[in-house]
Ligand binder design. Structure first.
Ligand code: PLP
Length: 399
């Protein structure tokens, strides 16, 4: 056991694997012993441009040498520029910057409540989904549709009701029975829940119900955003727009930042003093995010996510169609899930041994979130390693 696997003074909120990475470049990581890994998880969709991207490194270094932090008490040029870029890419109007995804969602929840009170709804209530993930703060763990995330932390926060994901009738039923609803909050594709892709008409149908009832549509694009699914934001696969969208994860390629992006009609409810964050949107994190936005455009990485995503899916279908150990291959762009018939949590360790990183969600779904600048050669290696792992695993179970 290496020195670093001694986590005695770290709270046991995670059970980390026995590996310590030393450095990375692009889609690869190297551990302390010099072993190389293909990173098909990218820090859970955070390092969308891969590791040590020169444009991000340069932006961080230059900004760190100039100014790391001032305060939101003053104008911050990088923050204004980043807000401009996010609004241009999304068609939304205003941004609040935080430091994490959960905080971005907290801002969205607070705005939904302001909106409800502006309409004289005393207990503004948000519809959230089964199987969803929105974060670990008290409000966001309440919004999360996973008992494991909530257990032991009761009392939960008031003002949420739950519906099954990808079920329009369930939303309609709530609409006709509950006058306190002010918003629907969901992930366009459920990430932690196992790469659950709803029906193609689902988001538009929800948008319609929201319009009919004067509810806000809040999309949590923390995992799906910034090119991951083959559009800047996953909602752009449809012709609707949310009232509020949240971002974090890959926004600054690993420098902590979150964003709550909204239409003017809702954003205008936020006044000086309504909300805040000491670090949120500081010059350093915004410099990194600006470099990410610029690189995605310059290197046409959204097209690459479409192309490489289709390429990997095609190869997976060729490898596993008709194979009963693989139940379903799903996803969009470079957000992919491979559902196996059996519990395959053990595959994560096996992948580590064989030099590839990914996660398993809901016990039976391999989740792939490689960098969106993945090359064809790297995609081939990913396909080769994953198909071999799955085949060996199925053979072992059958034996
Ligand atoms: C990761 C994630 C969050 C939480 O983000 P944190 O930065 O960990 O707070 C919220 N929603 C979704 C969809 C996520 O994937």
């Amino acid at each position: 056991m290496s020195q670093d696997s001694n986590n005695n003074h770290i709270m046991s909120t995670y059970a980390p694997m026995d590996v310590t990475f030393d450095h990375g470049e692009g889609s690869y990581l190297w551990d302390q012993n010099g072993k190389q890994y293909l990173d098909a998880l990218a820090g859970i969709s955070v390092c969308g441009l891969g590791h040590a991207h020169p444009a991000v490194t340069q932006a961080i270094s230059e900004q760190a040498g100039k100014l790391i932090h001032t305060s939101n008490l003053y104008n911050i040029k990088n923050q204004q520029q980043l807000a401009d870029a996010l609004c241009a890419a999304s068609g939304l109007d205003r941004v609040f910057f935080s430091n994490s995804g959960a905080e971005a969602n907290e801002a969205a929840i607070k705005m939904a409540r302001l909106y409800g009170h502006s309409r004289d709804i005393a207990i503004p209530t948000i519809i959230v989904m089964e199987n969803s993930f929105h974060g670990r703060t008290m409000a966001t763990l309440t919004a999360t549709g996973n008992r494991k995330v909530q257990a032991g932390f009761e009392p939960l926060v008031q003002g949420f009701v739950r519906a099954p994901f990808d079920d329009i009738e369930a939303i309609q039923n709530i609409a006709s029975n509950n006058n306190d609803i002010v918003a629907v909050m969901l992930e366009p594709i459920q990430g932690e829940g196992g790469i659950r892709v709803p029906d193609a008409d689902y988001l538009s149908a929800i948008r319609q119900i929201c319009d009919d009832n004067d509810w806000l549509l809040i999309l949590d694009e923390i995992q799906t955003g910034m090119g991951r699914t083959g559009k800047w934001f996953a909602f752009q696969h449809t012709d609707i727009k949310p009232d509020i969208m949240t971002l974090a994860k890959s926004l600054a390629n690993g420098v902590p930042i979150g964003a709550c992006v909204a239409q003017e009609s809702v954003a205008s409810l936020m006044k000086p003093g309504s909300h805040g964050s000491t670090f949120g949107g500081n010059p350093l994190s915004c410099a990194a995010a600006l470099a990410v936005v610029d690189t995605i455009k310059r290197e046409q990485l959204i097209d690459n996510a479409v192309e490489m995503g289709a390429y990997i899916r095609q190869a997976l279908h060729e490898a596993f169609d008709g194979d009963e150990s693989v139940t379903e291959i799903r996803g969009q762009g470079l957000m992919l899930g491979i559902e196996l018939k059996d519990n395959c949590t053990a595959l994560v360790q096996e992948g580590l041994t064989q030099g590839i990183l990914f996660s398993v969600q809901s016990d039976n779904t391999i989740r792939l979130l490689p960098p969106i600048n993945l090359s064809r050669t790297e995609a081939d290696e990913l396909i080769d390693k994953i198909t071999r792992l799955i085949t060996q695993f199925a053979q072992k179970l059958a034996a």
